[in-house]
Design a protein around this ligand. Sequence first.
Ligand code: AMP
Ligand code: MG
Length: 429
Amino acid sequence: MTASPLAGSTGPTSGPEGSEGGEPITVEQLREHVLATVRPLPAHAQPLMEALGLPVAEDVHSTLALPGFDNSAMDGYAVVQRDVATASDESPVHLPVIGEIGAGQARLTQLAEGTAAKIMTGAPVPAGADAIVPYEWTDRGEASVWISKAPEPGQHVRLRGDDIAEGDLLVEAGTVLTPRHLGLLAAVGRDRVRCRQRPRVVVLSTGSELRDAGQELGHDSIYDGNSFLLAAAARAAGAIAYRVGIVPDDPARFTEALADQLVRADVVVTSGGVSMGDFDVVKEALRDLDTMWFGPVAMQPGKPQGFGTIGEDATPIFTLPGNPVSSYLSFEVFVLPALRRMMGLTPEVRPSVRARVTHSVSSPPGRRQFLRGSYDEDAGTAYVTPIGGSGSHLLGNLAISDALIVVPEDTTALEAGETVEVIRMDVPF
Ligand code: AMP
Ligand code: MG
């Protein structure tokens, strides 16, 4: 037998804890195994716009002061404050205007006593001037100006360094970069900042019944929703998603597609072909690799799972079940934490909240059930309303949900009004 192009070079790896007997393992057992397997990606200097939403991997200090020079906060006249200290409506002060200073066009750099210079917001205050008289307190004169109100000394002058001093810590390592941080970094002249790479996630759907949009549907075929569902979820998590699309239920073609994609993958996510059916292509192609694990997880939906590494670089691969709701849930529960770990984002697992369930629900014993729901708050109390049944094909219901209701393994029923753990799927964390 020739070695699979997907075989690793590091030798066998062990599966999740608790998986030896073939009994279902817990969600945590698989997730801990996943998180112990994936590594944070290396950090490098990334263009600012690429760094949005990533934790910065360096302390960034300013090499500049902000503002970089004393400048005007108003459109008006730069003056020597003493010259205008007595100005009022009753006895305005009259000064000759010696020139104009625009932002980015400041040729006039000195102001003598007894004169004024027109100045625009952001333009450098000339040496000798120590206050700005806004237009509103003047007759807006060109050659000379009448000033009818006195500014305080220093008024409307933004001093060099009053925002940021040279050497100031701008962003501490670990800070997740927001648009506000990026604005600040750009303002001190940075065009790059060190962050971990975003994982490149290759998403592949398996199933001979699958078709692309635009293709004709036969009596037994369906459109491939999962590759969009999963690629979009990867992108929403901050990763770079490559949606490969459809691979038929043919182990050789699946292996070939996977081997082709490995060069650009930090993570592979497949859907379908991991349950107990006759054409479970993913399992068939990968089950002999000693770096792969397949088995049941005590959850609903999403019972059949597979995870491991493939290829020379030991690229992590998640083989998710094909039913759309199972696929999405498995992504949420296993893939999302892995992607966050690779980017250095914490917490890795999405935090949950507690809410009162508005209707009674039932749940199978021994499995953690993730029901779809909609979250709401009313007068300080959190509620969650179940949406649809537990069927893992109910994509319509999934789409209108924004929460997952987590019914523990040992709970088989919840009455309306009981408090339950809820995962809010669209809340940033
Ligand atoms: P499987 O896990 O391959 O046995 O698939 C389970 C169910 O999910 C079957 O009804 C499949 O037709 C369906 N399914 C699998 N892959 C997809 C996909 N990419 N998009 C939509 N439905 C799918
Ligand atoms: Mg299938």
